[in-house]
Structures are given as structure tokens and as C-alpha cells.
Design a protein around this ligand. Structure first.
Ligand SMILES: CSCCC(=O)C(=O)COP(=O)(O)O
Ligand SMILES: [Mg+2]
Length: 261
């Protein structure tokens, strides 16, 4: 088995979700289709609720920021009266969400609405999150060895907690010391990793970040975070240069902690 030695200064392991702890297929074939199939009905049912109105406001603000992009769907202000106007606004929100999802955008606005929509499906037991089989045993081992384990995903913190709280392995939320999402910054920006270190109360070089996306690995590395790129079935391929440059693992069991060397 290939072994990657974790540097002695590492005390925190920071995990991406999609393509790292969890198959991309679970996200693309289960989580995302649920949104596309249910977003219209969700908006119609929850429209008057404060949480839904906040989600729509954030999406409208995002659409304004995106106005220079091809295909963006603007979201008109909430109509004063008229059921037809309301249906038109709801349809604009639906079209905006579908447009963002067609580009796999990672905007906070989209991710917040998605998290709120998944809540009911997870709570009702209609969905259970999948984790690669090496993930839970490895995380338990790391924690027993004194490592802190944090999550950093574009999925909202609320959505992350749904996944860890309702998985095929049961409720595994207790295995995580904390969660970060795009509210701290985007995963391809190095400043986000400095802010995460600051929030945890450690130096960036105390963190090892595991991700499937080399743009994220590169941003983290620029902030002096240690990185390893995770190669999983279904992940996007890496170039020969990326394969040569990054430390690669295909299972969390390949990580060898300082104390176990
Ligand atoms: C709570 S994860 C839901 C999946 C998701 O929405 C997503 O964008 C995953 O992005 P990641 O940063 O984990 O690759
Ligand atoms: Mg990922």
C-alpha cells in the first residue's frame, strides 16, 4: 500500500466533501437532481416563510452580480399583488437556480437554498449520505491519535451537517470538530485558508487539506497549508504535471500520522 507521511507539525486535517469523503456520483445523481425536481414546488410551498424569502433575496443579489454573465436569469422584485406575477417571480428563481446548477456554480446563495431544501429529505429518511468506506475508520483513528478534523466544502454548513448527521453509517457528526463553507471565502482563494487557520486557532502549516480539486489544493498551498490530492472513482482526471507535482492518495488509509510512523 502507498503511504503518505503526514508532517509532524500537522494537528488539523481539513476535508473537502464531494470527490474526497463522498462520491461525486452521490452529489450529481442524488443531491442535485432532488433540487432540480423539487425547487418549484419548494418555493411555492415555503414562499411566505422568512427563511425562503432570505434565500430568494440572496439569489436576487447574486443574479445582479452575475448580470454580465451569459445566460444569467434576473430575479424581479417580489410583486405587490397578483398571483400571475408571483408565479413569474417563482419561475425566474427556478430558472436562475437551474442555470447556476448547469454551471456547477458554488455561490453561497445557491448553496444556502440547496441546504434548506435537503433538510426535509434527510429528516424524512428519503436520503442518506454516502461516504467512501475508508473515511469513517480513518477519521476515528486520526481523532484517537489527537488530530482535529474539520470540513471545508462549498456545500453550506447546514448541508454538511445534514450529510454527516444522516449517513449510511449513521449519525457521524461527532467525528467532526467544525465546519466551514463559502461564507469564509471561496475554496480557490488562498485567503480562505488563512481565515480558517485563524478561526481554528492554529497556523496554516498545522493544517493538512485533502481535496480532489487541484485549484483548491494550489490555493491552500499558497497559504502554506499542507495538501494531498484525493483520487477517487468518478473524479475528474489529473494532468501528468498535476500527478507529478501533488502528493496523491486514493484512500484515507494511506495517510500515516507522525505518531504511527
Ligand atoms: C454538503 S456537500 C453538498 C455538495 C455540494 O453542494 C457541493 O458543492 C460540494 O462541493 P465540495 O466543495 O465539497 O467539493
Ligand atoms: Mg471536492
Amino acid at each position: 500500500m502507498v503511504v503518505l507521511s503526514v508532517p509532524a507539525e500537522v494537528t488539523v486535517i481539513l476535508l473537502d466533501i464531494e470527490g474526497t469523503t463522498t462520491p461525486i456520483a452521490f452529489v450529481k445523481d442524488i443531491l442535485f437532481p432532488y433540487i432540480k425536481e423539487n425547487v418549484k414546488e419548494y418555493l411555492q410551498t415555503h414562499w411566505e416563510e422568512e427563511e425562503c424569502q432570505q434565500d430568494v433575496s440572496l439569489l436576487r443579489k447574486q443574479a445582479e452580480e452575475d448580470s454580465h454573465l451569459d445566460g444569467v436569469v434576473p430575479i424581479p422584485a417580489v410583486p405587490e399583488n397578483g398571483a400571475d406575477d408571483l408565479q413569474q417571480t417563482i419561475q425566474a428563481v427556478v430558472d436562475n437556480v437551474c442555470w447556476q446548477m448547469s454551471l456547477d456554480r458554488k455561490t453561497t446563495a445557491l448553496k444556502q437554498l440547496q441546504g434548506h431544501m435537503w433538510k426535509a429529505a434527510f429528516a424524512a429518511g428519503r436520503m442518506k449520505a454516502e461516504f467512501f468506506e475508508d473515511v469513517v475508520p480513518a477519521v476515528r483513528k486520526w481523532r484517537e491519535a489527537g488530530m482535529k478534523v474539520y470540513i471545508y466544502s462549498s456545500g453550506s454548513v447546514e448541508a454538511q451537517k445534514l450529510l454527516f448527521g444522516h449517513s449510511t453509517e449513521g449519525n457521524i457528526l461527532e467525528l467532526v470538530d467544525g465546519h466551514f463553507d463559502t461564507k469564509i471565502g471561496h475554496k480557490v482563494e488562498s485567503e480562505s485558508y488563512r481565515k480558517i487557520a485563524n478561526s481554528i486557532g492554529c497556523s496554516t502549516n498545522n493544517i493538512l487539506f485533502l481535496t480532489d480539486v487541484t485549484l483548491e489544493a494550489s490555493a491552500a498551498e499558497e497559504a502554506a497549508v499542507h495538501v494531498a490530492v484525493v483520487v477517487r472513482p468518478g473524479n475528474a482526471g489529473l494532468t501528468d504535471d498535476e500527478k507529478a507535482y501533488y502528493s496523491l492518495i486514493s484512500s484515507f488509509s494511506e495517510l500515516c500520522l507522525p505518531s504511527s510512523t
